[in-house]
Design a protein around this ligand. Structure first.
Ligand code: G6P
Length: 484
């Protein structure tokens, strides 16, 4: 039996505690990171893919310790134990809304004009990482495996490495890693500290080869470090940077097609929209997701193809996210206004062109929509991977439906038989909507088949096993190198 334990570390835990006066509410967290790690843990039955003696999930619950203790009494997880890290509200605001989501997020998604450079935010970001390290060091043993996730925690690996040099540490970035020209916009001391922070890990994972290449170029340009076949030699250690395209639980989505609840909901949708074709999209509220471009392209499609008026609806679901950040609140207002303009300008008494929900969907509702729509319209301006695209493909056991996908999503590197668009080209998106509407059933299944195979072959369990195996392999290589 392996005596080492796994510590999964992310800013957000799989549950979010919402506090309101004296009351609190526990709700599932949203986003690609949480859904992938939850699927990985759920799939580790009989420890087939996880031979650790115990698993912990470390994260910030965003509430006071007393509220957490009360909330935690009602939560039972069989696959892992929560390890909460507490940070006061003002500091959290600067670390999360500030440096993480108003500096790193816009920069790494190529929105440099949205990025703020605020020293106080940066200092709280470093301190938040120190709070993670302090909590973890109290629990860690030298032979434990730590798997750090995402841009909130770039400095953490180095902080842990300095305190416990023997640890095995993996880091995975869930968002794009941008080119050097973007990274150099960060003040010199910040970009150096962040890159050295990542190099505290033994294995650094990215979704695509482009992101890994940008990282390797950055460490050369910023830190003067060379690599040989993705292996960097630094402080008497070997560190590997490689590609691990994150995935989903294919079987879960594939099986859901026949689920009783999903079937009932699908029948309801098909009945309600029997006169219309359905275009569907679901995203977190984010300026990176390209919702306004998508709406403009849909409007253009209706203008250019009037025969489709009253014969199509666009079901647009936006999941609330980061609403306290001005750029997000502005985006929400802009989307609301655009939808109401389209509906009032083009709609009729009998027909609403856009059906809009600003809320999350549960699993059955989501799969019912994936499996009743004619087109999944996924048009981010930038996206690390985009798991919605993979979920749609995996749900279509019937091999019907068309995926229209932005070339700016990491997923476009794998899902190459989708109709690939550039989200800034409204005419192209509108033309591809028409092509999708008119695509013969045989072509739909021909395009879906290789994409379904790809996701079935490299699902989330394979992704996690691949990452953890390579982490182990680089550690072994590193020990051999240190002995020599
Ligand atoms: C993306 C990020 C995750 C994040 C998620 C939801 O998927 O890569 O790290 O958790 O968005 O965003 P939030 O700010 O609500 O955690």
């Amino acid at each position: 039996m392996n005596t080492s334990r796994l510590f999964i570390v992310s800013n957000r835990l799989p549950i979010t505690i919402i506090t309101d006066d004296q009351k609190f509410k526990v709700q599932p967290s949203s986003g690609g990171l949480v859904s992938a790690m939850k699927s990985y843990l759920a799939g580790t039955s009989e420890n087939k893919h996880n031979n650790f003696s115990e698993t912990f999930w470390v994260g910030m619950p965003c509430c006071r310790p007393a509220v957490w203790s009360e909330a935690a009494q009602g939560i039972h997880e069989s696959k892992f134990t929560y390890l909460p890290v507490f940070y006061n509200a003002k500091a959290y605001e600067c670390y999360y809304n500030g440096f993480s989501n108003s500096t790193l997020w816009p920069l790494f998604h190529y929105f440099p004009s949205f990025a703020e450079y605020n020293t106080e935010h940066y200092n709280y970001y470093i301190q938040a990482n120190e709070a993670f390290a302090d909590t973890m060091i109290r629990h860690l043993r030298p032979n434990d495996v730590v798997w750090i996730h995402d841009y909130h925690l770039l400095p953490l690996a180095r902080l842990l490495r300095q305190a416990m040099p023997e640890l095995t540490i993996g880091f995975f970035l869930h968002i794009p890693f941008p080119s050097y020209e973007i990274v150099r916009l960060l003040p010199r001391s910040w970009r150096e500290e962040l890159l050295y922070g990542m190099l505290g890990a033994d294995l650094i994972g990215f979704h695509t080869m482009d992101y890994a290449t940008h990282f390797l170029q950055c460490i050369q340009m910023v830190l003067g470090l060379e690599h040989n076949m993705h292996i960097i030699q630094h402080e008497n250690r070997l560190i590997k940077a490689d590609v691990f395209p994150i995935s989903i639980d294919f079987t879960l989505f594939d099986n859901a097609f026949d689920d009783a609840k999903v079937s009932v909901q699908r029948a309801g949708l098909q009945d309600k929209f029997k006169q219309q074709r359905i275009i569907f999209s679901v995203d977190r509220l984010d300026y990176t997701k390209g919702v306004s471009n998508r709406l403009k392209a849909y409007e253009l499609f209706l203008q250019n193809n009037p025969e489709y008026r009253e014969k199509v609806v666009f079901i647009l679901v936006v999941v609330p996210s980061r609403e306290y950040i001005t750029k997000y609140a502005e985006r929400k207002k802009m989307i609301d206004e655009m939808i109401s303009n389209i509906n009032s300008k083009i709609g009729t008494i009998h027909w609403q062109p856009v059906i809009y929900q600003y809320n999350s969907l549960n699993f059955e509702e989501m799969v019912a929509l994936y499996t009743s729509c004619d087109i999944a319209l996924i048009t981010p301006l930038r996206d690390g991977m985009n798991l919605v695209a993979k979920e749609f493909v995996a749900s279509r056991k019937d091999q019907q439906g068309v995926l229209v996908l932005s070339e700016m999503a990491g997923a476009a590197r794998e899902l190459t038989t989708a109709l690939i668009i550039n989200p800034n080209d409204e005419k192209e998106v509108s033309d591809k909507i028409l092509q999708a509407m008119e695509m013969p059933s045989g072509e739909q299944s021909k395009r879906l088949e290789p994409m379904r195979k790809r996701i079935a072959d490299y699902d989330v369990l394979t992704w996690a096993a691949d990452f953890l195996n390579q982490l182990n392999a680089i550690k072994v290589k590193q020990q051999e190198f240190q002995i020599k």
